[in-house]
Design a protein around this ligand. Structure first.
Ligand code: ARG
Length: 454
């Protein structure tokens, strides 16, 4: 018989049992469910809402059930619907009547809200640590490439010279914001909903604050209706993960491009690439591509959660059981991507010569040539025009700016002198961009330090 079977004259149809049941996926909440029940039972006993002896027996038995689950000794039942009722049922089977007192002053609606919040807090912390590892790898790579020049791009056209460190620190900033966002989401997740009952609280004199502090929550929810029907925190988490995956996928996209023979900027380690079943020459950046692809799954989870919650009337509705697979899949996907991404970037080889060579083409120093004329007194708009004509001349004569002779250069402006060659040297172009946030060595070092202080 179902734990809620009293009001029913007929058994649930078999297919409804299968359809309704969430144990297949919510069993991963077993630890949180048991911890929450232990705190609830302890408080019920302390407050004299159930006999103290019963609460002690419940707590001990829940501890045994936890160990049995972890030792693989327990088979959950579809019939018992979800993790909450499976555990309660096992408890009752083991200790009888005292076990039946556990659910006093509680509903599965506040129980499931508690369990997911506790689960997500743990996962936020785990993902935070993985992102921090990637940030460390990026800093290490950046420190090794403070002087590695490559072209910076806009419109995927070579624009101005930068360093690989500067490029990498752009991602360090993104991951820094991802961490911030996760910590912010953690605050709103870290609120204790028990005591909200099914929707309207409870008549028992529960000590909500005591349960919260026992479970390590700094705060309790302030409206019982909201508490049982709020999944904002899960949506926020999925949105944090979506943005994180967007960053990873941009990084991966660049690594895919960079590892093509057209760019040749990097080479993935053999251990992080795969071959082709037909083309013997191929070495494909599958890991980066899969991370890029899996970004879609995580966005999908965010869309699922938003859509499940859209238009739901207060308070709990069974639709909300659909939150779990979405958020679990987003978490699993991200936790799979982060460590493999970290290994992939820490093992890839950087081809400095190719990067420098690419920076030397495409007139990446044209802005600096214009700035040179500005320093010689020409207004910037005019300087832009002069260098534009100079670039056109170079294109027609298949030369780069620095390959022009002083005589050729002087045809474009009398102001040009020998010192232009120093001014448009790529090292100068990068080194002079030393404002905060710029690509110059000292500026990048300052950005790294500032990011690490936070
Ligand atoms: N398995 C349910 C869920 O995940 C638990 C809450 C069910 N509550 C209810 N009254 N049917 O949402």
């Amino acid at each position: 018989m179902k734990l809620w079977g009293g009001r029913f004259e007929k058994l649930t149809a078999k297919e409804v049992d299968d359809f309704n049941s969430s144990i297949r996926f919510d069993q991963r909440l077993y630890k949180q469910d048991i911890k929450g029940s232990i705190a609830h039972a302890g408080m019920l006993g302390q407050k004299g809402i159930i006999p103290l002896q019963d609460s002690i027996l419940i707590i001990d038995t829940l501890g045994e059930i936890l160990r049995d689950i972890e030792d693989g000794k327990i088979e959950f039942e579809i019939d018992a619907e979800d993790i909450h009722m499976n555990i309660e049922k096992i408890l009752i089977e083991r200790i009888g009547e005292p076990g039946k007192r556990l659910h006093t002053g509680r509903s599965r609606n506040d129980q499931v809200a508690l369990d997911i919040r506790m689960y997500l807090i743990e996962e936020i912390d785990a993902i935070k640590a993985m992102i921090a590892d990637i940030s460390k790898t990026i800093i290490k790579l950046a420190e090794a490439h403070l002087d590695t020049i490559l072209p910076g791009y806009t419109h995927l056209q070579r624009a101005q010279p930068i360093t690989l460190a500067h490029h990498l620190i752009a991602y360090f900033q993104m991951f820094g914001r991802d961490l911030d966002r996760l910590m912010d989401c953690r605050k709103r997740t870290n609120v204790m909903p028990l005591g909200s009952g099914a929707l309207a609280g409870t008549t028992y004199p529960l000590d909500r604050e005591a349960v919260a502090s026992e479970l390590g929550f700094p705060a309790i929810t302030q409206n019982s209706l909201d508490a049982v029907s709020d999944r904002d925190f899960a949506i926020e988490f999925a949105s944090c993960l979506s943005i994180l995956m967007m960053h990873l996928s941009r990084f991966c996209e660049e690594l895919i491009l960079w590892s093509s023979s057209e760019f040749g900027f990097i080479e993935m380690d053999d251990a992080y690439s795969t071959g082709s079943s037909i083309m013997p020459q191929k070495k494909n950046p599958d890991v980066a591509e899969l991370i890029r692809g899996k970004t879609g799954r995580v966005y999908g989870s965010l869309m699922t959660l938003l859509t499940v919650m859209k238009s739901l009337p207060l308070t709990y509705n069974k639709d909300m059981q659909e939150d779990k697979e979405a958020i679990f899949d987003a978490i699993d996907t991200v936790k799979m991507c982060l460590p493999v991404f970290n290994k992939m970037i820490s093992t890839m080889k950087v081809n400095k010569e190719k990067m420098l060579h690419a920076a030397g083409g495409g007139f990446t120093n044209a802005t600096d040539a214009a700035d040179y004329l500005v320093r010689k007194g020409l207004p910037f708009r005019e300087a832009h025009e002069v260098i534009g004509r100079m670039v056109l001349y170079c294109v027609n004569n298949k030369k780069s700016l620095e390959q022009l002779s002083l005589e050729e250069l002087k045809q474009f402006s009398e102001r040009i002198e020998e010192d232009i060659f120093e001014a448009i040297n790529l090292n100068t172009c990068v080194g002079k961009r030393n404002l905060p946030g710029g690509p110059a060595r000292e500026a990048v070092i300052r950005s790294i330090k500032a990011g690490m202080l936070e």
